[in-house]
Design a protein around this ligand. Structure first.
Ligand code: 4AD
Ligand code: MG
Length: 479
């Protein structure tokens, strides 16, 4: 006989049948005659209640059953009279697979702070919050693949080790096999990378876009979904040094197609979460409501499920960077100097406080900003005829700020190569990228979705460190 997962056990109405359940103890309580064990196996947020009649044999086992222990229960499935559950298991035998010393096990059956749990990242999957997030993450990965697959996009594996800097931002982790105590130098005192593993400097990728473009210029519609590394020393609630990015790229399309695709994708995956993750979302919604109960009414976030539905129902607001700057310049927080970075004119890079003002206060819905100044965007974006803006598009979400960054790409060889010179992008390391503009170049576009920022939004969590199992941030690499 095989074990029945708790998710299907709780749906079963096969009362009287014998079942095997296995899982970890969340709580144990009871009296002299009967004990109740709440068991969870991760297949659902819900526990199954195991009822044990206390006798000479079971009492000696029960003494050793504590929160965190792993058990195998053989018992009978019984209709439950308790509230909040339809079934329970009346145990015939209990076997302890793995004991858990209650004096040492850090997860007590009470509420722990998220900060505390970050220090117990090896065990935090065993809490309702982190198991719910893990299940939602899985469903979102699946939904993203399904969305693109159903629309004829091919998944491409872009390399993790690269010799180029896709974003031209220079915030890369270097990869080397050179002996750090004894680094070979050239005559000019610089590191001699010809002696390194690849014979040149290597990095962890900051984006799979450039390789996705190569693929899109043959397969038409592709997307990557891979790990991305950024050595930004920013300790914010929205930045990770290692995060996952989804980067679709398609030929024969422009920035409007790009915006349409991005909006469709976000709505599809949010709808998928509502259709497939309701129990976990309901739990996270309660968590958020409790967390915020001491806040003033106007500082509270919208109820989680309502917020997700709200995004589905709204067309995103689309406007240009230039229009957004006008709104921000004339906004109350700007005039009263409430913004940390006051907007004094065109050309300023938008900070998340500005993005959130536009979304949360001004438009009260997701916003797509387009046509940013070329000076604050990457070299590959398509240049507009005005000579100063590029065909970029960023999608801004409540609480998150930028969730997607994308653009139509510069397909003109001359314009692209001029821009690379202006921005000091060495042609000798990027000749292969430029060459696609020589042979059958076509209009094309794409975007990057930060997967953890999506998960932040969907789960209502406040810190990106809590939506990836093992966050990598400055000075943090324990697990
Ligand atoms: O705006 P970014 O830097 O765009 C690119 O990398 C382009 N190559 C994408 C493309 O057009 N194919 O990053 C895209 C998204 C951001 O909007 C944000 O959601 C996320 O990646 N992101 C981060 N997420 C977590 N931690 C970080 N340090 C992030 N940096 C960017
Ligand atoms: Mg960006």
């Amino acid at each position: 006989m095989k074990r029945t997962e708790i998710s299907s056990l709780l749906q079963s109405r096969d009362f009287g049948s014998e079942v095997i359940v296995q899982g970890w103890v969340r709580t144990k309580r009871g009296s002299k005659n009967v004990a109740f064990i709440a068991l969870n196996d991760g297949s659902t947020i819900n526990n199954v209640q195991v009822v044990v009649d206390v006798d000479d044999i079971t009492s000696s086992i029960l003494e050793k059953v504590h929160t965190g222990a792993a058990l195998t229960i053989v018992g009978e499935l019984v209709e439950s009279s308790g509230s909040g559950q339809n079934v329970e298991v009346h145990a015939k035998t209990i076997e302890i697979l793995g004991m858990s010393n209650p004096d040492e096990y850090p997860l007590q059956p009470k509420k722990h702070s998220l900060e505390f749990l970050r220090e117990k990242a090896h065990l935090r999957y065993r809490t309702n919050t982190f198991a719910a997030i893990a299940r939602i993450r899985h469903n979102m990965i699946f939904a993203i693949h399904k969305f693109f697959h159903d629309r004829g996009f091919y998944n491409i594996h872009s390399p993790i080790l690269t010799g180029s800097d896709a974003e031209g931002a220079g915030e890369m982790f270097q990869v080397t096999t050179l002996e750090l105590e004894n680094i070979p130098k050239n005559n000019d005192g610089k590191v001699d990378f010809s002696k390194d593993f690849f014979g040149k400097a290597a990095n962890l990728t900051v984006s799979g876009q450039l390789e996705a473009e190569l693929a899109a210029l043959a397969l038409s519609k592709v997307y990557t979904f891979g790990p991305t590394f950024r050595a930004e020393n920013s300790n914010t609630a929205r930045h990770l040094a290692e995060f996952w990015m989804i980067e679709p790229e398609f030929a024969f399309g422009d920035i409007v197609d790009d915006m349409d695709l991005a909006e469709d994708m976000l709505k599809y995956v949010i709808g998928y979460a509502l259709d497939h993750c309701m129990e976990d979302l309901a739990f996270l919604s309660n968590r958020l409501t409790n967390e915020e109960k001491n806040k003033k009414a106007d500082e509270r976030s919208m109820e989680l499920i309502e917020k997700l539905k709200f995004v589905l129902d709204q067309p995103f607001e689309r406007l240009t960077y230039t229009e957004a700057i006008e709104i921000l310049k004339n906004s109350k927080p700007n005039k009263k100097k409430k913004f940390q970075f006051v907007i004094d004119g065109w050309g300023a890079d938008l900070q998340s406080e500005h993005e959130r003002y536009l979304v949360e206060k001004h438009f009260k819905k997701p916003v797509i900003l387009t046509d940013y100044p070329a000076s604050i965007k990457a070299f590959y974006m398509k240049q507009n005829d005005d000579g100063k803006t590029v065909r970029a598009m960023d999608i801004l979400f409540p609480q998150i700020g930028e969730i997607i960054g994308g653009s139509q790409r510069e397909e003109d060889y001359e314009k692209l190569s001029r821009r690379m010179v202006e921005m000091d992008i060495p042609e000798e390391s990027m000749w292969w990228y430029l060459e696609t503009r020589k042979f059958g170049t076509v209009p094309h576009a794409g975007f990057g979705l930060g997967f953890e920022r999506l998960i932040l939004f969907i789960t209502g969590m406040g810190n990106i460190r809590d939506v990836i199992p093992f966050p990598r941030t400055p000075m943090n690499l324990e697990f």
